[in-house]
Design a protein around this ligand. Structure first.
Ligand SMILES: C[S@@+](CC[C@H](N)C(=O)[O-])C[C@H]1O[C@@H](n2cnc3c(N)ncnc32)[C@H](O)[C@@H]1O
Length: 243
């Protein structure tokens, strides 16, 4: 996702760092995640500006969520959207984060009380290192929405549905756990269906027109999805389960 360089992006992430995880490898050691309630965990890879995770986490409250986004400025936007949505304040006009009590934090952490932090944490990190961060059988579901298609020759190994990535997901999902994937891109979608079929996943559901399928009602529209579907591009979706 391209984005104009955010002013004081790192500082802004710092102010909300109670909602941000930068050292997930510690969870591999102690198996504990920093949530108020101990709930099954879902992961979104490439959360963009956070529309999907903000809505999903409010709808399916019986889960905790990690939202991973490798571009720090985009992760800042998602974290701020989530914090705003939870009534945790807003950007201060002069810079920094203004809490509901009117205190302004610039480049330091606002130590949001645990019970107010909700069920999402953001990670400004790359999914290439998933196995370094998480222990096997950590997640109930892994989502990847509108990930980069990498259509140039020689780049398919970077696709988030490349067999190497699928094998990582298989390790990190609990038995019976789900992988859910959406895209506008035909080539990437057909590649993804083939990769899943050739993997140890069981392919449960495939549609090449999600918005006119029986999953349309339960679908949560992402930023990219809204853009593509407004141009008439059908959205493709697949769901797979770890056997
Ligand atoms: C095309 S955007 C889609 C954003 C959002 N999911 C949506 O549907 O609107 C893909 C996002 O995934 C992020 N991304 C791509 N590969 C990633 C990776 N390996 N690890 C973490 N984030 C990644 C990109 O930085 C970008 O923000």
């Amino acid at each position: 996702m391209r984005m104009r360089k955010k002013k004081r992006g790192h500082e802004r992430l710092e102010a909300l760092s109670a909602l941000v995880i930068t050292n997930p490898e510690i969870f591999k050691e102690n198996g504990k995640f920093p949530f108020y309630e101990d709930l099954p965990l879902r992961l979104e890879i490439g959360c963009g500006k956070g529309d999907f995770i903000c809505q999903l986490s409010q709808r399916d409250t019986e889960y905790n969520y990690l939202a991973m986004e490798r571009v720090e400025d985009v992760c800042v936007a998602a974290t701020e959207k989530y914090a705003r949505g939870r009534g945790l304040g807003d950007l201060d006009y002069y810079g920094g984060w203004r809490t509901p009590d009117g205190e302004v934090y610039k480049g330091v952490m606002w130590d949001i009380p645990m019970e107010m932090r909700g069920n999402v944490r953001f990670m400004p990190l790359d999914a290439n290192k998933l196995e370094e961060y998480f222990a096997p059988e950590t997640f109930e579901t892994i989502y990847a929405n509108f990930s980069d298609p990498w259509t140039k020759n020689g780049y398919s190994s970077r696709r988030l549905t490349h067999p190497d990535f699928l094998n990582r997901y298989l390790k990190l999902l609990k038995p019976g756990g789900y992988f859910r994937f959406k895209t506008d891109n035909d080539e990437l979608f057909e590649f993804s269906v083939e990769s899943v079929e050739a993997s140890e996943f069981e392919l449960l559901y495939v549609t090449r027109d999600l918005h006119n399928s029986d999953r349309a009602q339960s679908n949560i529209v992402t930023e990219y999805e809204a853009n593509f579907s407004s141009k008439g591009v059908p959205i493709k979706f697949l769901e797979a389960r770890k056997k």
